[in-house]
Design a protein. Structure first.
Lengths: 114, 114
């Protein structure tokens, strides 16, 4: 079984709809991250969390919110989706005891907003 | 500030050619880590290598090799005798104890034609 899972893997939605992307991990890591990937822009950090009570904004948090329901679960919400949020979204985890911040990625969620 | 630059947006080669992907980084930290990830057309991110700033030895893994030069702040990746299966987007990333997260370059798309 994969250590970091994301659901759904693909989603098509309409402008204005609320959508939630979910991430679960079995690695026992405290740190979790949400990124979006757009062609030519690489991976940009949306939000990250170092434990259940610690949520931090990344470089592109506008239009997104997150919830850290448990150590193993970190959800990303788009309250009112818009077409320019069409992207590939990745969840990642890292071990707080590692100084190199190596991250372990989920398989990605491809989101299309029409 | 921390920054990773992958100046090559896209590279096309014919099978069996050697190809080098460039990565230049900026950091004020004395201890830092560099990563390469591969993203094949299927979309997942595949970890390739991690190097720390104290180890400047080049590394070879099969057809892959990495050249780390602190003097030029570069961590370049060479594929020898490229194959069609090497076609992917390749990301370079920088991590350190002081940043708590990875900084990604914008990626280089490699296309290997038969």
């Amino acid at each position: 079984d994969a250590d970091v899972t994301q659901t759904p893997r693909n989603r098509i939605t309409k402008t204005g709809k609320r959508i939630m992307l979910e991430c679960s991990q079995t690695k026992g890591h405290d740190r979790m991250y949400w990124y979006r990937q757009d062609p030519g822009l690489g991976l940009r950090l949306i939000y990250y969390s170092f434990d259940v009570k610690d949520i931090n904004k990344g470089e592109i948090s506008d239009g997104y919110s997150v919830s850290r329901q448990a150590q193993a679960k970190f959800s990303l919400s788009l309250e009112s989706a818009i077409p320019n949020q069409t992207a590939l979204y990745f969840c990642a985890t890292s071990d707080q005891n590692r100084v190199d911040n190596e991250q372990f990625f989920g398989p990605g969620t491809r989101l299309t907003v029409l | 500030a921390q920054k990773v630059t992958q100046a090559q947006t896209e590279i096309s080669v014919v099978e069996k050619e050697d190809v080098t992907l460039d990565c230049v980084y900026e950091t004020r930290d004395t201890t830092y880590y560099l990563f390469w990830y591969k993203q094949p057309p299927s979309g997942e991110l595949v970890f390739l290598i991690r190097r720390n700033s104290f180890d400047e030895q080049n590394e070879i893994s099969g057809r892959y090799s990495w050249n780390f030069q602190k003097s030029t702040s570069s961590f370049n990746f060479t594929i020898t005798a490229s194959q069609v299966v090497d076609s992917a987007v390749y990301f370079c990333a920088l991590g350190s104890y002081n940043t708590d997260k990875l900084i990604f370059g914008t990626g280089t798309r490699l296309q290997v034609f038969p």
